[in-house]
Ligand binder design. Structure first.
Ligand SMILES: [Mn+2]
Length: 331
């Protein structure tokens, strides 16, 4: 169902690797998003049912909003991992275009381990022993459905995790999805999951810190029509004062992106020794190009860079000088 012949072969190869190996590491990018985490937890349950041992580990803890997902408490940040006995013979890496996106958990994957790379990013480096990369899929969660289905292990728990992957990576079915996605979602719904309850957990579960941070961000909100850009400035002191973390800026970015007629948004974080820019685009605007010019990097839709030993005013001035020179209406 909804798979090309070559995809069917890949899915069966992945399933062979799942059956053949015993101890698995499940991981994603440093701070997993809903897609990466949904896949990690879906396979945590699938592998349990296959009688395997699975360790879900990321460089840092996933966002707290996902704590309602079954198995969330099993997810370890790298620094909390102490066990020395566990030697993985396979690793599943979700939603990472290259191996280094995983960060520190890579240290736990021995050379000999079979690496299964499942991803939907353009330009994936095919770093796995088995690779399934499909840029036309909404999410790795959509792809993972086919594996669960092939194994006959799609239950309500697994479906709930994969639904979160698809829901969050499509921005609540606003972008990057097609009729295949909806067909997969239809199969997930048949397991009895409650989409209303899931959406409520994902979207009405903001921490007070994130909302207070948003308040500060909105006070400093600015808009420049020439470049169709909205931005806010947040200082280190504000983060400290309200106890906000890096992860809390996701809500701010999401709201900034809703400003009318924006092509991209950015947040400037003022720290003692550096001025940090986090850029996100709307539609097809490429923010990576801008970040790379300042020695940073990332994705076309999300990128960042830092300017050291510079005042906030000068850093912003330098940034706009670059935009004036390089951004035209055709971008
Ligand atoms: Mn994804």
């Amino acid at each position: 169902m909804f798979l090309s012949d070559s995809e069917k072969k890949t899915v069966s190869k992945i399933c062979d690797a799942l059956r053949k190996n015993k101890n698995f590491i499940l991981t994603s990018h440093q701070v997993p998003d809903g897609d990466g985490l949904g896949c990690e937890l879906a396979f945590f349950w699938i592998l349990q049912r296959l009688g395997k041992k699975a360790l879900v580990i990321n460089e840092l803890l996933p966002p707290r909003v996902y704590s309602f997902l079954p198995g969330f408490s099993e997810v370890l940040p790298f620094d909390a991992y102490k066990e020395k006995e566990f030697i993985p013979d396979a690793a599943m890496v979700f939603d990472c275009s290259s191996k280094d996106r995983v960060g520190k958990p890579l240290l736990l994957i021995p050379e000999s381990a079979t690496v299964i790379n499942i991803d939907h990013h353009q330009g994936n480096s095919l770093f796995g022993d088995v690779n399934w990369v499909c840029k036309n899929r909404s999410s790795v969660g959509e792809m993972s459905f086919f594996i669960a289905n092939y194994l006959g292990l799609l239950d309500k728990r697994v479906a709930e995790c994969l639904y979160v992957s698809i829901l969050t990576d499509t921005g609540s079915f606003r972008h990057n999805f097609n009729s295949d996605t909806i067909n997969v979602v239809s199969e997930l719904l048949k397991t009895g999951i409650d989409p209303e309850n899931i959406a409520d957990n994902v979207y009405h579960n903001n921490s007070l810190q994130a909302l207070k941070l948003l308040g500060y961000a909105l006070i400093s909100l600015q808009y420049e029509p020439t470049f169709k850009v909205a931005w806010s400035v947040l200082s280190e002191q504000i983060f400290k004062k309200i106890g906000a973390t890096e992860q809390d800026i996701e809500l701010v970015i999401d709201i900034l992106r809703s400003v009318e007629k924006t092509d991209f948004v950015f947040i400037v974080k003022e720290r003692r020794d550096e001025i940090k820019f986090s850029l996100r685009s709307r539609k097809h605007f490429n923010v990576r190009k801008i970040a790379e010019n300042f020695g940073g990097g990332g994705h076309n839709s999300a990128a960042g860079f830092s300017i050291r030993n510079c005042t906030l005013e000068l850093a912003i001035e330098e940034f706009f000088r670059y935009l004036r020179k390089n951004i035209t209406d055709s971008d």
